[in-house]
Design a protein around this ligand. Structure first.
Ligand code: ATP
Length: 288
């Protein structure tokens, strides 16, 4: 038995960090949405109990460091499964980019082994388990658009933005999420208007969505990597309706209402960055 799961990237329409908690995690409020830039995860059942992870991307580990491996192991232990699985990851999402690629792979494996091992757990159960792997995994189990609170694992579904184009550009540098959070002081950080973003989504108001994008981590990352600001500026000049860094960066995205303008932004960045993508947003029904 072999199945395919789509593991889409996420972008943060807004990301707020409220404070550092006693357990060391940060209390966050993030509005996230999935976009049609996705890894393809092939899963096939193994009769032996082994978990095998394969990928042709040299930045993706093929052992227990891989979040996809951890997802399969967690399901196997939690539901006491004696069968195994081969997981092939076709990596299309840039690694260490602020796009939750590893978390989305893990979420796709949770959904996939749930099917091939005949477990039949609900998405809610998978999302709850997924939080043990990483803070973004719960959101990635559902996809679509949602508010994520707590350390990112408390999910409230929201309407997806009206159809638009998303241009993503990643400068050739990787960013460690941990380092960015360590350098952040929530007291002096920028705080986006999360409520305003949620209302804009409820109303399906594209202009208001664009007006409310904001990321508390952007100031920290741009201080270390000024290239991020250069990309933002270039996207603005080429006609973006909104520009923002996603997650802890360094990927920057532009929201654009019209295809021709999105194409112009894409073309203007092609010579500047090696990794540039022009995609649509993706609803949760396209994934689960
Ligand atoms: P986030 O937005 O959730 O902070 P990210 O997009 O910045 O995540 P990832 O691409 O998920 O970062 O990868 C971060 C690190 O995790 C990589 O350097 C890699 O070594 C490790 N990793 C583990 N599993 C995976 C996976 N399946 N795909 C990519 N990287 C993985």
């Amino acid at each position: 038995m072999e199945i395919l799961e789509k593991a889409p990237a996420k972008i943060n329409l807004s990301l707020d960090v409220l404070h550092k908690r006693k357990d060391g995690f940060h209390e966050v409020e993030m509005v996230m949405t999935t976009v049609d830039l996705a890894d393809r995860i092939e899963l096939s059942r193994l009769r032996s109990g082994a978990i095998r992870v394969e990928s042709e991307n040299r930045f993706v580990p093929n052992d227990e460091r891989n979040l996809a491996y951890r997802a399969a192991k967690l399901m196997k232990d939690h539901y006491k499964i004696d069968k195994g699985v081969r997981i092939f990851i076709e990596k299309n999402i840039p690694v260490a980019a602020g796009l939750a690629g590893g978390s989305s792979d893990a979420a796709a494996v949770l959904r996939g082994v749930n099917k091939i091992w005949g477990i039949d757990a609900s998405l809610n159960e998978l999302a709850e388990l997924g939080a043990k792997i990483g803070s973004d995994v719960s959101f990635c189990v559902y996809g679509g658009t949602a508010l994520a609170r707590g350390r990112g694992e408390q999910i409230l579904e929201l309407p997806s933005p009206p159809p638009c184009w998303v241009v993503l550009a990643k400068p050739t540098l990787g960013v460690s999420t941990q380092t960015i959070y360590q350098k952040l002081d929530p007291k002096t950080a920028f705080h986006p208007n999360t409520k305003g973003m949620m209302e804009a989504l409820q109303q399906g108001d594209f202009d208001a969505i664009c007006a409310h994008v904001g990321n508390a981590l952007e100031g920290v990352t741009t201080k270390l990597h000024p290239e991020v600001n250069q990309i933002k500026e270039q996207m603005r000049q080429a006609g973006a309706d909104a520009v923002l860094m996603s997650g802890s960066g360094p990927t920057v995205f532009a929201l654009v209402g019209q295809e021709a303008r999105a194409q112009r932004i894409y073309n203007s960045l092609k010579g500047f960055c090696t990794e540039v993508y022009m995609v649509r947003m993706l609803g949760s029904r396209d994934i689960t």
